[in-house]
Every structure is written in C-alpha cells, then in structure tokens.
Design a protein around this ligand. Structure first.
Ligand code: C2E
Ligand code: MG
Ligand code: MG
Length: 756
C-alpha cells in the first residue's frame, strides 16, 4: 500500500514524466515501422533565402499547379499565405486555391488566444475565403515533445479539424491520437517546394494519389522534438504526419499512468492477499515484474502508448521497502555477540503457532558475567555458540535462540520426547560440562525450564518457560517443567503458600539430623541438619520444594533463622550432654550477598550458646554466587567465630571449581550423583577419586553423601575418603535418637573420647 501510494503521489506530480519519455523513445527504437508512403512533406525552407512574399507566393502557386498536375490527392498548406506586392500574382494564387478547394486545405493555428500562437503569422483572409481550414495546433510538453494531438480544435464557435485528421481522412475522430514514433519519421519523403517548383525534371510519378503537406520552420510551423529523430528540432507538421500515419495503422491508443498504476497495484495487492507462502510470493513477484517487461514490448509492438513508469515505481519502492525490511529483520532478529537468533525471532517464529505439538525449553546460564569478564567479545561469542550447540545435541538441526543475556531457548516436538524431564536432565548434564575457548576451560552452569502446556498461546508459553528456568534451582530441581496439571495446581500452590507461611510463623518447620561417620574410626562424628515440614494435608513436603517457595516469596531468611536456631540448639544440647559432635547446617549461597547472614549467625550463637568450632555451614548452590569478593568477605567474618564451611553437592553444576577456588572452604561434599555410581561407573569412580585427592591436596575434609550400600562405603574407604553419610549408615533422625546412638557409641568405646 505504501509503495502504491508513493507511486501515485509521484504520478500526480508527474515527477517521472521524463522517464516516460525515455521509455517511449526506447520503445520507438525497438520497433521500427516504415511509414505508409501515402504522405509527402514539402518544406518551404528555400523561401527563407529569398524572404519576399512575392517569391513565396510564386513558388506556392507554381508548386500547387505542379502537384495537381502530378495527381496529388490532397494538398494541405500549413504555411501563412500573405498578400504580396504583386496583386496580380495574389489574385491568380487565390483563384487557383479556390478552384481546387476540394483538394486543397489551408492550415493554421486556430487557437490564437494561446500565447504560443499569438506571434505566428496568419494567412490573409483574402486567401481563406471559401476554403476549408484545418487546425495545425498541437500541444508539446515542457521538453518540447508532442505526444498526442486532438482530432479537432475549436476557436470561437467554429470547429476546425486537425491537420492529421484531414490527412488521415479521420475528420470525425473524437479521441486524441497518441503518436507512434516507432514509425520512422525520417523515412517520410520530404522535398523542397521551391526547388520542386523550378525543377521540370522532377519525377512527378511519385506524387500520384499522394497526400501532400506543405509546411516548414520558416512559416508558422513551430519547432518540436521527435524522440525518434535524435531529439533535433523538427517542424510540427511532421508530428501531424506521424499522427496521420499512426491513425492509418489503426494505432495511437493511450493508457494513462493512473490506469496502469491501478492495474499493477491491484494485481500486486491481490497476489499478496492470496499468497501467504513466502516462496509462492517470490514467484509471484517475478511474474508481476515480467508483466512490466511484457507490457513494455507489447505496447511498443502495437503502438499503444502506455504510461508505465509510475507503475514501475511501485516495484522499485516496493523492492526498496522489502530490502529495508529484510535488512532490519536481519539485524533486529540476530543477537550481535553470539550471531544466534534472538528472542524477538523466537516470538516471531512461534507467536502464530497455536498448535501444542511442541514444548518450549529455556536454559538459563548462571554467572555468565563472571565468565565474560575474563574473555574477549569474540571468545564470548564462541562460548555462547558452544553452549547453544550442546543444547541441540541429538537434534543438530534445531535452532537455538539466545536473548543476549542469560537465556537460551529452543523448541522440542512433544511426540519425539515423551519423557521430557529425563531428556532435559541428560541434556543439562552434558551441556553443563566446561566449555573450552582459546584453550581455556570455562564453566557452564545452567538450569532448564520448559513449558509443555497445551492451553496457552506460544508467546505466553515462552514467558512461562523463562519463569520455569528462573524457578529451577541447581541443587534442588535443575529442570523445571510447567505443564497443564501444574497450571491447575496453581491455586493449590497458593494454598500451600499460605500454609507454608503459617508453618513458618507457628514454627512448625523442624529439623532432622543425619549422622556423619568418620570412615577411619567408624564413629559418628556429627550430623547434618535437614529441614522438615509435614503439612497436615499433603504430608511430608521435601525441602527441595518448599525452599524454592520460601525464596520465591522472600521468606528464605526467616526459614534460615529458624533452622539455624534449631540446629545450634541441637549442637548446644549435645555439648551439654557431653558429646563431642559437629552439626552441619545448610545455607543457600544466595544468602551470602550481604552481612545479614553473618549478623544472624553471630546472634544465634549468642542466643543458643553453641560452640562455633563444632558447627559447619554447608553452602548449597554455590554456583549462584554472583560476587565472590563479597561472599568471601562475609564468610571470613563468620569464620572468625570458629565456624567452618563446607561446599555442598560438589561436582555438579550447582557447585564447581570456581567457587571452591574463590571461597574459604574447609570441607568438600561430593555430590551423591557420583557417590551413588561409584561401584558401577568407572567415570564416577575416577571423578570421586579425583575429588578426594583434590581435598587432600587442599588439606580439607572430604565427605561422601548418599551412600546407600555397603559396597559403596567400602569403595570410598578404599579411596581414602574422610567422612561418610547416607541411608546405608543412618537416615535423618530426631535429636533424641541421635543422642541415644551417641550414648551407645560412647558406652561401647569408652576409650575413645574424641567423638561422643
Ligand atoms: P543436601 O544438603 O545435599 O542434603 C542431603 C540430602 O540427601 C537430604 O535430602 C538427605 O535426606 C538425602 N540423603 C541422605 N542420604 C541419602 C542416601 O543414601 N540416598 C539418597 N537418595 N538421599 C540421601 P533432603 O533432606 O531432601 O534435602 C535436600 C536438599 O535440601 C539438601 O541437600 C539441601 O541442599 C537442602 N536443604 C535441606 N535442609 C535445608 C536447610 O535447612 N536450608 C537450606 N538452605 N537447604 C536445605
Ligand atoms: Mg547439605
Ligand atoms: Mg548435598
């Protein structure tokens, strides 16, 4: 529409008219038509040399006589005849003209009111009396070209036929004729009147039954330009002859620029409206453009003058707009750093897809800024592309979108991945391996969110997949999938939410203690405090669920406060009972952003009177530390009390070397994923052995958690692990139960005062 409107505007102000001239000239040159030969042009240029009316009139008289003798069918005199100094000659000329008035027509400009005609000489009324008068008027454009001539002109109340319509015997024509300049005007025979009049040897046979036009630039025949004639000045009479030739050929129709604009514009709009497919449209554009070429040649061939430049401008403007659109699209939809399509492109590609055959998956990469500070932008791009290519593992053709920040997104067909959860967990495990860029290994830690609901629009599902990736937690629930039944339970979640709040305020969140065993001695050396919440309706809710919930609603501090109090109190209780056992408490890394956690720990120590040297803080989700310097400062402040730190779930994406390197840990807890596989997988065995070695080299304690079998424990013993924890040894239990076990242990090993 824009292209058509702009082209229409251009047409209205005729800005491209010179191009139309050029096109029509070009068309005139492609086809070259011979004139019919029925018309002959006599110029009276020689009279210029003599310059007297007497000699002109004498030539004219003689010329007319000879033309009649030669058998000319019609003589149109388009030159002003004036009275000369020889009344006798004038009388003879007048008599001769009058006598042949059937065959002779006098032509002159009739619209004398036109300024351009005002200074032209006119034929004396003396000669005009009783004669037929034709109009030699025409209209030229601002460049001096004559494109069309009216069939007649009116002056006063009289209608004068145009010279061309007289010549072509078309005096009743009503439509202007458009000159077909492919008729070669240079092949219209031309003779000099004066010379003809004097030359007795002229072969007059060539003039038999011909129509003769006498004119020329010395008279009132104004100069025009003919596109075909090298753009030189030509007497306007020639235009009348070309017009007459055109009329004889039955040509000279004209199609206005508004008609072509409407035609081509309509076809374009129609095509775009019907064809939705990009490829089909491309064929259509080609066909549509071919239509211009066809019009160009056919109109030239049939002498129809079609003003098509304005319509062609539609295609130029349209092409320009398309190019601008594609250019913008290319830059608008591509992330400049990674060269991956961005989320604008994701929305564009899936916004209109309302089918629910696919799941939208979003991977959120943690601490990207930390990775990026140390590498160049080009390396950042490579890093991002490597992460993206890992996300397509198993489905290499799949497109991965990157939002320019932390999020990657892609789409998986539901039919191919019936168990999306386990597929994404596997994918995450692979994608979380360190990436090598410029020979440096860089961490990747990510959580994955997916939306596989059926009810929502794609745009909403994209947002919900992002939210899911945000809600996923490396330690608790690294892959978080939103589906319809979960959407149903949103209301349930709200009620759970309020019940959680109640549980917190009523202090109903308790702890259980899971014993930890010193492998060398086989004695209980301490216990890990694990949060427990038993809801009246839903029973025991795993901490992995309600801790996320607490974080989401800003109640994590509150929860930590209560757990710390209970754990420290338990520690104090064991101390008071005379046992020498450490207590480990879990605190999420995201709480190490300001000094509140340090204040809280110090206050709780004071309140409970626990011995800080018997307490370990397990930092979970250490990969979520954004600012190591700040976290380190807070930890060092807490460490001054005597409390020690453990890095929890080490080896998986939630805790990695980066954190171990930057922060002051004195214990490393090997993630139970590796521990569990130690008897089965050589790879897990190698990893665990490496981690134990790492702890030894760093002079810190190694702890293996999640030991479920005797074989696993034996293997770890063999490997030199320091501390063991797991269901095989003991389940999480109440404080009273721990106390009892410790008492038994003390009784059977009275000598060992180190523990219990
Ligand atoms: P975690 O700190 O790694 O705790 C160990 C988890 O492994 C506990 O799950 C424990 O019950 C479980 N576990 C122990 N032995 C075995 C075993 O042999 N096999 C298996 N399969 N599992 C075993 P739980 O209690 O569900 O806690 C899950 C996570 O929740 C914890 O992982 C910890 O990250 C977090 N968490 C628990 N309590 C708290 C808390 O008070 N504060 C914070 N911030 N996080 C907590
Ligand atoms: Mg723990
Ligand atoms: Mg753990």
């Amino acid at each position: 529409m824009i292209a058509i409107l702009v082209a229409a505007l251009a047409a209205a102000i005729t800005i491209f008219r010179p191009l139309d001239v050029a096109v029509w000239s070009l068309q005139s040159k492609i086809f070259d038509h011979e004139p019919s030969g029925e018309m002959v042009f006599f110029t009276d240029t020689s009279s210029e040399a003599r310059r007297t009316v007497v000699s002109t009139n004498a030539d004219l008289l003689r010329g007319v006589e000879r033309l009649e003798e030669a058998g000319a069918e019609l003589i149109v005199i388009n030159t002003p005849i004036q009275r000369s100094a020889d009344p006798e000659l004038d009388k003879r000329l007048q008599a001769r003209l009058f006598e042949s008035r059937d065959r002779i027509v006098l032509a002159r400009p009739v619209r004398v009111e036109l300024e351009e005609n005002s200074d032209l000489a006119q034929t004396d009324p003396y000669f005009e009396a009783g004669m037929r008068i034709a109009s030699s008027d025409f209209h030229s454009d601002f460049l001096g070209f004559v494109w069309a001539i009216e069939p007649s002109h009116t002056a006063g109340s009289r209608v004068y036929p145009s010279v061309w319509s007289v010549l072509a015997n078309e005096e009743r024509a009503t439509d202007p004729i458009d000159l077909n300049y492919s008729i070669d005007s240079s092949k219209i025979r031309q003779f000099d009147l004066a010379r003809f009049a004097d030359n007795e040897t002229f072969d007059t046979e060539a003039l038999r039954r011909k129509k003769v036009l006498i004119g020329g630039l010395s008279g009132n025949d104004r100069a025009i330009k003919v596109p075909d004639g090298g753009y030189s000045k030509t007497p306007a009479s020639l235009a009348h002859i070309v017009a007459a030739e055109t009329a004889i050929r039955g040509e000279g129709q004209f199609v206005s620029n508004s008609a072509t604009l409407a035609f081509f514009g309509f076809i374009l709009l129609l095509g775009i409206a019907i064809l939705r497919n990009e490829k089909a449209r491309r064929y259509f554009y080609a066909l549509w453009s071919a239509l211009f070429v066809a019009t160009f040649f056919l109109s030239a061939m049939f002498g129809v003058r079609i003003l098509m430049v304005d319509a062609m401008m539609i295609s130029v403007i349209f092409a320009g707009l398309r190019i601008a659109y594609h250019f913008r699209r290319r830059h608008l939809f591509i992330d400049p750093r990674s060269k991956l399509p961005n989320f604008v492109a994701l929305r564009r590609d899936f916004e209109d897809r309302d089918d629910d055959s696919f799941s939208i998956v979003v991977a959120k990469v943690a601490r990207l800024e930390g990775v990026f500070v140390s590498i160049t932008p080009a390396e950042q791009g490579r890093y991002l592309r490597q992460v993206a290519s890992r996300l397509t593992l198993g489905d290499e053709g799949n497109v991965v979108y990157y939002d320019g920040g932390k999020y990657f997104a892609f789409v998986l067909p539901k039919a191919e991945y019936p168990d999306l959860q386990s597929h994404l967990e596997g994918l995450r495990a692979v994608a979380s391996q360190a990436v090598t860029v410029s020979k440096r290994a860089l961490d990747v830690s990510m959580t994955i969110g997916a939306d596989q609901s059926v009810s929502n629009r794609a745009s909403k599902r994209i947002s919900s997949a992002i939210a899911a990736a945000d809600q996923a937690r490396e330690a608790y629930r690294p892959v978080f999938i939103i589906s319809d039944f979960e959407a149903d339970s949103e209301t349930w979640d709200y009620s759970l939410q309020s019940r959680l709040e109640d549980a917190l305020s009523q202090n109903r969140i308790s702890i259980k203690l899971q014993p930890q065993i010193d492998i060398k001695t086989g004695m209980i050396m301490g216990a890990e405090a694990l949060a427990r919440w038993v809801d009246e309706e839903r029973g025991e809710i795993p901490p992995s669920q309600f801790i996320i919930q607490c974080e989401r609603v800003g109640r994590l501090d509150d929860l930590t406060k209560r757990i710390l109090y209970k754990s420290f109190s338990a520690s104090r209780g064991l101390q008071d009972a005379g046992f020498n056992a450490r207590i480990s408490v879990n605190v999420s890394a995201i709480q190490f952003v300001d000094s509140r956690i340090a204040d809280l720990i110090e206050k709780t120590l004071l309140k409970t009177g626990a011995d800080p040297s018997q307490i370990t803080i397990e930092i979970t989700e250490s990969a979520r530390v954004e600012d190591f310097a700040a976290a380190r400062e807070i930890m060092e402040r807490i460490a001054k009390t005597g409390i020690k730190f453990s890095i929890d779930d080490f080896g998986v994406a939630s805790a990695n070397l980066d954190a171990l390197y930057h922060l002051p840990f004195s214990e490393l807890k090997i993630d139970r994923m590796f521990v569990d596989q130690v008897t089965r997988s050589p790879a897990a065995r190698a990893i665990v052995a490496g981690l134990i070695q790492l702890a030894q080299d760093m002079r810190i304690t190694s702890v293996a958690e999640g030991i479920e079998t005797r074989e696993t424990l034996e293997k770890l013993t063999e490997m030199g692990c320091d501390v063991a924890q797991g269901y095989y040894l003991a389940r999480p239990q109440a404080l009273s139960q721990i106390e009892e076990t410790l008492r038994l242990q003390k009784d059977s090993f009275p000598g060992k005062s180190e523990y219990g």
